[in-house]
Design a protein around this ligand. Structure first.
Ligand code: FAD
Length: 231
């Protein structure tokens, strides 16, 4: 488990064609009566781990698919996958930077694939990650972040905890707004590449905020994790 609600599943995919950091897969579940449900999950692992493919799923208690993937799947089970999918929300070390990653909740997952790829390539592209979670115990990959932030050249991880902050917390403690983005983001004149992923409203706020700071809209890429049936 990554947090009490989020779990990483590493799948062995012998004929995996390879993927690019930021792409996703569709996971299809079929019940005994033939009922099928399919949902998208970003790939958390870097291409360098092929043929292993890791996804990280956050349980929505009233969801159809995520509670099954978080609570019910066991080692040795088989899952039906389609992918890799998506060619737009992708960053590879050869694309350079500076790089600004903005993630909300499980929106961290494709950004993690980019960071793991950056590490696998020993890239030193100047990178800032702004990661918004509700509380400290909902920070996915917190152990890995503690480790990488201390060791990796040119990488800075900035947290904001929107609902509960532990005592002594020195990071941000509110939802992303234009002041917070101005503090954290690279100056627009550096022509940063920006990747924003999370719930729809979060993505809209961050993208609008970066555009207002003068970011080139064509260099801002977004991915929304909105509910499958709603919005
Ligand atoms: C490209 C992409 C990548 C993604 N990557 C990840 C990832 O890495 N990790 C991750 O955890 N998630 C990811 N998601 C989200 C994921 O695909 C699922 O949406 C999520 O797991 C919820 O699925 P579920 O079946 O559990 O919930 P669902 O049954 O789909 O329900 C989701 C929510 O929507 C509400 N809802 C359902 N139907 C309606 C409706 N008709 N009207 C209003 N509300 C409704 C439900 O109450 C629930 O709160 C990604 C989504 C996309 C599009």
């Amino acid at each position: 488990m990554e947090t009490p609600r989020a779990r990483s599943l590493t799948l062995m995919v012998p004929d995996w064609p390879g993927h690019r950091p930021g792409q996703h897969v569709d996971v299809r579940l079929t019940a005994e009566d033939g009922y099928r449900a399919e949902r998208s999950y970003s790939i958390a692992s870097p291409p360098e781990e092929n043929p292993r493919v890791t996804i990280t799923v956050e349980r929505l208690d009233d969801g159809e698919v995520s509670p099954y993937l978080v609570d019910e799947v066991h080692g040795g089970d088989r899952l039906e996958l389609r992918g890799p999918i998506g060619g737009y929300f992708v960053w590879e070390a050869s694309m350079g930077g500076p790089l600004l990653l903005v993630g909300g909740g499980s929106g961290i997952v494709p950004l993690m694939a980019m960071l793991r790829h950056r590490r696998a390539r020993a890239s030193t592209v100047p990178t800032r990650l702004l990661y918004s979670s509700r509380s400290q115990d909902e920070v996915i990959y917190h152990n890995e972040f503690d480790d990488v932030a201390a060791r990796e050249t040119g990488l800075k991880v900035i947290y904001t905890l929107t609902r509960r902050q532990p005592s002594g917390w020195t990071g941000y403690g509110r939802r992303i707004d234009s002041d917070l983005l101005r503090d954290v983001a690279w100056p627009a004149q550096d022509r940063p590449l920006a990747y924003i992923c999370g719930p729809t409203q979060f993505v809209e706020t961050a993208a609008t905020g970066l555009a207002a700071l003068g970011y080139d809209p064509t260099l801002i890429k977004t991915e929304r994790f909105g509910p499958t049936g709603g919005e």
